[in-house]
Design a binder for this molecule. Structure first.
Ligand SMILES: Cc1ncc(COP(=O)(O)O)c(C=O)c1O
Length: 411
């Protein structure tokens, strides 16, 4: 299917020949698949005959999603997982053992930061953070003889760091290491890391791929050897399989992904330009703006900038919370990548577990406000933001938790 364009592949990609006639992939809501006889049971279980055995590592609906994602990310295979975090965990567990090391940019989602910072030491391994990920020399200096993979999230959540994927891929190749890219924010509709030299792609499909906040999901896309290894040696024993219904929802999401990403990008640019001109905004992080330091890097590696952005407001913490609480259309939630626009305060929610010092190093200030711009009408989003800016100076009701000026604990 790779000879076809992205949207055709997003609808038809992957070998789905086992499927009965249906306009949408059937949901095989079953944990096991009856065998014809004992000979067939042994043949399928030993891998001599293709077939399905048990839902923790194989399911027909999930397999369609895996094959389609492999086509879209230009890899040989893919394995779906219960969430984005479980996908990165499965990959890490497969590649890393006691004494080993991972090298990662510190501009990552808070959960990924926790997995590497807390989870790796529990596995007897360790993390080398690259705190200046713009510098390829800094990446090179972080690599040790025990490094097993190089990890980068680009664009990053929430600071919108953009990595030079081809340069990192060249470094990884020169050290004989796989480069792993978390492609959650861009999605394969906007960025295909393997075509830029990366080896492995991970996603939280919970975000733009599913697209409407209905299903958690994750995926690792890579070589047959890697994916078979994770299937045989990790997911069987660790267990975080994607549910068939979630695979079905993710497949539905893929069907409209390219269309939605176009609209996300278009709305996000309009909102970013509005922020850039607004007198109450002191900083906008959105690589689609010409003033953004990463703007020149976009064209060679991305078809669009997606719709995550972060801003800093002028004024007090109380005024910032009043702004958030005054938004009417833009929903306040710890999520991103849905059709609905979302506002989040990373320092008290998604990234709180990092602690203030690590957040500062990763470019996340206590006052940063993150937006995931949805596919509503552009004018309605701008009007909603405009009225919330106006409300900053009015004595609007501030939610009780925030009146102390202290952030609530992470949850
Ligand atoms: C870039 C990125 N990667 C991974 C994850 C983890 O995904 P999930 O919530 O599906 O476990 C997130 C969640 O916000 C994310 O933003």
């Amino acid at each position: 299917m790779t000879k076809h364009g992205f949207s055709t592949n997003a609808l038809h990609g992957g070998d789905t020949s086992f499927q009965p006639d249906s306009m949408s992939t059937p949901i095989y809501q079953s944990v096991a698949y009856p065998f014809f006889d004992a000979v067939e049971a042994a043949a399928i279980s030993s891998g001599q005959k293709p077939g399905f055995t048990y839902g923790r590592w194989d399911n027909p609906t999930v397999q369609v999603f895996e094959k389609r994602m492999a086509v879209l990310e230009h890899t040989e295979a893919a394995i779906a997982a219960a969430s984005g975090m479980s996908a990165t965990f499965l990959l890490t567990h497969h590649l890393v053992g006691p004494g080993d090391n991972v090298v990662s940019s510190n501009r990552v989602y808070g959960g990924t930061f926790g997995l590497f910072n807390v989870g790796l030491p529990r596995m007897g391994a360790n993390i080398n953070w690259v705190t200046n990920p713009e510098s390829i020399e800094a990446w090179e200096a972080a690599i040790t003889p025990r490094t097993k993979f190089i990890f980068v999230e680009t664009p990053s959540n929430p600071a919108l760091f953009i990595a030079d994927i081809p340069a990192l891929a060249a470094l990884a190749k020169s050290k004989n290491l796989p480069l792993v890219v978390d492609n959650t924010i861009a999605t394969p509709a906007l960025q295909q890391p393997v075509l830029l030299g990366a080896d492995i792609v991970v996603h939280s499909t919970t975000k733009y791929i599913c697209g409407n906040a209905t299903a958690l999901g994750g995926i690792v896309c890579g070589s047959h050897e890697l994916i078979d290894g994770i299937r045989q040696n990790c997911i069987r024993y660790l267990g975080p399989a994607m549910a068939p219904f979630n695979a079905w929802l993710n497949l539905l999401g893929l069907e409209t992904l390219a269309l939605r990403m176009d609209r996300h990008c278009q709305n996000a640019l309009a909102v970013a330009k509005f922020f850039e001109k607004h007198p109450k905004v002191s900083l906008v992080n959105y690589p689609g703006l010409e003033s953004n330091p990463y703007h020149k890097m976009i064209k060679p590696q991305m078809k669009g900038c997606s719709s995550l952005m972060s801003i800093e407001l002028k004024g007090t913490y109380e005024q910032a919370t009043r702004f958030i609480d005054s938004l009417l259309i833009i929903t306040h939630a710890t999520h991103l990548g849905t059709c609905r626009s979302i506002v989040t305060h990373p320092a008290s929610t998604t990234h709180a577990a990092m602690g203030e010092e690590e957040m500062r190093k990763a470019g996340i200030s206590p006052s940063m406000i993150r937006f995931s711009i949805g596919i509503e009408d552009e004018a309605d989003l701008i009007n909603d933001l405009a009225q919330a800016f106006d409300a900053i100076d009015k004595k609007a009701k501030v939610k009780e938790d925030f009146t102390t000026g202290k952030y609530p604990q992470a949850y």
